[in-house]
Ligand binder design. Structure first.
Ligand code: DP6
Length: 355
């Protein structure tokens, strides 16, 4: 690591990053220490669902750091506690930001109330802004830059550390991924081409607020009667999924990915207190997808996060048929018939245009 200048010499500046959301195939559910995962996970990086964040810094001639946060152009003091917690957590690892006023502007490509978690895209975008700020003073390679951004993003929200690269990203130590780490995500490249252009149509079943926050959800795995079995199974499922991803085995992929989603919800249904986050429409969608798959021999596969929305994963070659089916059979179960067409993306991009 080479120091270029001290941060006290810094003048004002600005940087803007666009960073995507991701959808986990093997789920992260349970954590320990400072944002360390109880089991390894892997996700598709998305494209259309993303956050654009701009960070401006101005020396304030004092010792402290002051933050103002704006969402879609409007100042949002309510969001500050989460952002301040992020800056407190990353403080031991980054060039000090004390002595600067920060103005942060953020915009999500998806509606705030859509039930799509924005923590992965927003925390990864913010982590990238901080790393760009730091790059003024410290010489780092691109590989080091993104790895550090992943560490910082993780401290903001676990799943965010998987949004720093395109394609497939694994997070958490695993016997079959040599460079995997609990501290940051790593791109997983040994993937059959079919998965490089995979589609994800997000069916917005419930646009309301989640009834269990992920923070509370992860805590439910402490003392959960099936915790050890779950963590063991995640390791096994990831081993098997790596084979499916490598070979392009869509049947094995579907079996594992759907099993993971249902196990995540099974964990919530069997914790104390218990939660059912699926809605009747979630189940109607799952039944219709399974019947369609049976009838057509295609590979539509469902996955779920900690909510009622359904992510529908399928290969690009099946897109036309899938979209026609979604439109005629599934849109009716979505709030205001709303769904988002997304796909596997290339990862974050620094923006030259100011937000
Ligand atoms: C169900 O990353 O939102 O989406 O670390 O508390 O911010 P925190 O949790 P978060 O949890 C995501 C859980 C999940 C599965 C996954 O994305 O792996």
């Amino acid at each position: 690591m080479m120091w270029k200048a001290t941060h006290t010499e810094a003048t004002s500046g600005t940087v803007t990053w666009k960073s995507p959301s991701n959808i986990a195939l093997v789920k992260y559910w349970g954590k320990h220490g400072v944002q360390l995962p109880a089991n390894p996970s892997i996700s598709f990086t998305l494209d259309a669902c993303h956050t654009v964040t701009r960070m401006d810094w101005t020396p304030n001639g004092a010792e402290e750091m002051n933050i103002r946060f704006y969402f879609d152009g409007e100042e949002k003091p309510d969001f500050l506690p989460k952002i301040e917690q992020f800056f407190e957590r990353i403080a031991p690892y980054v060039t000090p930001l004390s002595g600067f006023d920060l103005e942060i502007h953020s915009h999500n490509s998806f509606p705030h109330s859509s039930g799509i978690a924005s923590s992965a895209s927003s925390m990864s975008a913010l982590a990238l802004c901080v790393c760009s700020w730091e790059r003024q003073f410290v010489e780092v390679s691109d590989a080091e830059f993104y790895q550090k951004a992943s560490v910082l993003a993780r401290l903001g929200s676990g799943s965010a550390c998987r949004s720093l690269y395109g394609g497939l990203v694994a997070w958490g130590k695993h016997a079959d991924i040599a460079d995997a780490s609990d501290e940051y995500g790593v791109p997983f490249a040994e993937v059959h081409p079919v998965f490089q252009s995979y589609k994800d149509t997000v069916l917005l079943v419930d646009r309301g607020q989640k009834t269990v926050s992920s923070t509370v959800g992860h805590q439910l795995m402490h003392g959960h009667p099936f915790a050890e079995q779950r963590f063991g199974k995640a390791h096994e499922n990831l081993s098997d999924l790596l084979v499916a991803l490598n070979k392009g085995d869509l049947q094995l992929f579907t079996q594992l990915v759907e099993g993971e989603a249902l196990m995540l919800h099974a964990m919530m249904m069997t914790s104390t207190p218990h939660f059912i986050l699926m809605k009747p429409n979630t189940l109607s969608i799952i039944e219709k997808v399974w019947a369609y798959r049976q009838e057509t021999g295609t590979h539509l596969c469902i996955t779920l996060d900690a909510g009622a929305n359904v992510h529908l994963l399928y290969p690009q070659v099946e897109e036309k048929g899938a979209l026609a089916f979604i439109d005629s059979e599934l849109a009716q179960y979505c709030q205001k018939e709303h769904y988002i067409c997304d796909q596997v993306g290339l990862g974050p991009m620094q923006q030259t245009e100011k937000l």
